[in-house]
Design a binder for this molecule. Structure first.
Ligand code: SF4
Length: 247
């Protein structure tokens, strides 16, 4: 099985608790993936020869920023692209947003995904998204705005583009996933999004409790995934079923 992308759900902790959170995240002080574990999994995947991208998601992964920066430094040495999916809770001020992203970029971060829609912005001010977006643009970090369309939504692509004073381009296919046109918006344009988009490429999701699943979409729910095993007590090779049986 050619493994191209690893997505670490670093924690299901989050500073907020949205009404329809797919991972049921919130301020739980629950389990999280530490840097030595993630680095070990990356190295196991890297020797298989196809790994190109590491994604940090959650919950809110930047609650574990120290762990992520350690992993980014290692992933950069391996020549891997990296992405953080975040609600921008850390971007309360333009200066704070800039320095957070600068630190992550210096550790090796390639791309950032900002979750932004009516549901998230019930709890996270839209100004935080703007601060993060502007900081990323100043630093030359490509941004994907992850927006779930909803009937009668206030925050639409047009609304957000006006608010951010830019044009957001629709991006129909991201990270090996076939998405509906208009669900996803990228800045500066989809062509800048360097992660693999080929639908034949394999994504593995690792939960905060080290359960591993193969996923056919960006969602982390069990229904969208095939459970494989647990990396807390199995090697990646065993989880992927790649170990040769002796005859
Ligand atoms: S910000 Fe995202 S991860 Fe956090 S509770 Fe809301 S939907 Fe879940």
């Amino acid at each position: 099985m050619p493994l191209h992308r690893l997505q670490f759900h670093v924690t299901h902790d989050c500073p907020v608790s949205c009404r329809e959170c797919e991972t049921k995240s919130g301020p739980w002080n629950g389990p999280f993936l530490d840097a030595p574990f993630m680095i070990e999994v990356i190295d196991e995947a890297w020797v298989l020869g196809c790994l190109s991208t590491i994604v940090f998601a959650g919950g809110e992964p930047l609650l574990k920023r120290y762990e992520i920066e350690q992993v980014l430094l290692h992933a950069q040495k391996r020549g891997l692209r990296s992405r953080v999916v975040t609600n921008a809770y850390w971007a309360a001020s333009p200066k704070g947003a800039f320095h957070t992203l600068l630190d992550l970029q210096q550790a090796g971060l390639s791309e950032v995904t900002l979750t932004c829609d009516d549901m998230h912005q019930e709890l996270i001010p839209l100004d935080y998204i703007k601060n993060a977006f502007v900081a990323a643009r100043e630093l030359g970090i490509p941004v994907l705005v992850f927006m779930k369309p909803a009937l009668e939504a206030v925050i639409t692509p047009g609304y957000l583009g006006t608010f951010l004073e830019t044009t957001l381009h629709g991006c129909g296919e991201v990270g090996g996933d076939l998405l509906k046109e208009g669900e996803y918006l990228a800045y500066p344009d989809p062509a800048s999004w360097g992660a693999p988009r080929n639908g034949t490429q394999i994504l593995m999701i690792v939960s905060p409790t080290k359960d591993a699943r193969v996923c056919q979409g960006v969602k982390a729910q069990p229904v969208a995934t095939l459970p494989l095993g647990n990396l807390g007590y199995q090697s990646l090779v065993d989880v992927l079923g790649l170990r040769q049986t002796a005859h």
